[in-house]
Design a protein around this ligand. Sequence first.
Ligand code: FES
Ligand code: MG
Length: 593
Amino acid sequence: MQNRRRVSPEDLRSRWWLNNPDHPGTTALCIERFLNYGITLEELTSGRPIIGIAQSGSDLTPCNRHHLDLVKRVKDGIRARGGVPFEFPIHPIYENARRPTAALDRNLAYLGLVEILHGYPLDGVVLTTGCDKTTPACLMAAATVNISAIVLSGGPMLNGWRGAERVGSGTIIWELRKRLAAGDIDYPTFLSRAADSAPSIGHCNTMGTASTMNSLAEVLGMSLPGSAMIPAPYKERAMVAYQTGQRCVDMVWEDIRPLDILTRPAFENAIVMCSALGGSSNAPIHINAVARHAGVELDNDDWQSLGHDIPLLANVMPAGAYLGEEFHRAGGIPAVVHELLGAGKLHGDVPTVNGRSLAENTQGCQTRDDDVILRYDRPLVHQAGFINLRGNLFESALMKTSVISTDFRERFLSNPEDPDAFEGTVVVFDGSEDYHARIDDPALNITPSTILVMRGAGPVGHPGGAEVVNMQPPEALIRQGIEALPCLGDGRQSGTSGSPSILNASPEAAVGGGLGLLETGDRIRIDLRRGEAKALVADEEWARRQAAQAERGGYIYPAHQTPWQEIQRRLVEPLDKGMTLAPATRYRDVARR
Ligand code: FES
Ligand code: MG
């Protein structure tokens, strides 16, 4: 990033609030209350950059809670470079506890953070991230406000172990649920074995949404190289917290801002990287959202065209065998970038927060363990990205083909004439409660060739979009050894789940999408090569159902429970558009005076 202008102390944005002789009254009223806890006039008025620290850790966000300690090192770093740190909370988001879903809070945290960054005397901001939605919320706000911003991941937990066996966050729970359903283990054993996956502070140690989004933040250029996947308790985590604080001050003087970094080539890199990591199926939603806030065109066709053919290089659960600690030791994100750059798959010249390019940052960063971070020409899976499907059921839905198991392939993709297509009879559920109430009902006649459909689970139907599309087969089938059926739905799926579901169908049933017209007993056809998913229902019958639904007033979904649910439902855009708020993407670079 050459020829940057050097910002002078007179140009600091914070000066308007803190040292503004044209508005003495406003200045005095603003600074006097900061003084009352011991900040000196000299610190506030001598032209030091004021650096916000967006604190995402709290007792309600346990995955990020250690940021409450790490922030001390961030502040040390800020002060060491002559800045003044101001820590403030952002809306808590804990993926696994928030009801009805943590996704409802991504846009709420985004809105709150935009207002804080816009409305207070801040020249730069350190964004503390970790649990799934905390990272996109911060990146989206950084793009909208466009003051100097740098991401500090909290890092994954240490590996979980049971004896000599690795136990990965989330992934173990999907497995244990099947064991519980099959009657192999009881409930206390289920809980105690699930707890094995969480041995320390930090976020999920698998390549779920948290590790994916923090890794992609690094590849986008928004965090220091090599920082995303340092396990939370490692000493390097606190060291990089210090360096992040230092760097944020430098970024203010160098006038490096998010919109300098969040460019189309950077997003293309994120898509490629997501495939190589076997990243979460939530990543397209969040990355498309950040791109929209940054004013960059990006859609699910880009995910397929740029990402589908990229091989899986990270041997990390749920797609692989290892966890965050091995991944970090093998070289972490810089080693994967190094492989992808060597294969010509990334834009190496994109700028990053440290003022150097992605290629400069990863020079000589070969994998240190090619069983964990594989060589490009010897990958774990050859095509690890998503396929974007469309048809009369939806305009866009994604399928992660890298997690299709041999068993699944044999049962559904074994027609030699047409190896990429399958057909099945559907059983339709309206939301997760309906699924739980009825899945074991023998009258549904679910067989090993049934396709399970979940609707009413999108951002409007289940405000925020539920992670419920990966549905477990009925207990009776599990006992027969059928552990997975194809699933399709307008909701999301946990990033720690390895199910080959068809997800994020947009538009969703609740806003008139075709899934709302499907009926149990219909046949559907999925063609992965053509990118099609179609209900095999005659046009006249489809039109009849459309008219009947219109007469009922559209697809019926549960009432709002809170004011924010109502507001978000009115404004939210479909999952393929990033689930952003319709008016919000019109605002960009709002900190400029
Ligand atoms: Fe918070 Fe996975 S639940 S990171
Ligand atoms: Mg999740």
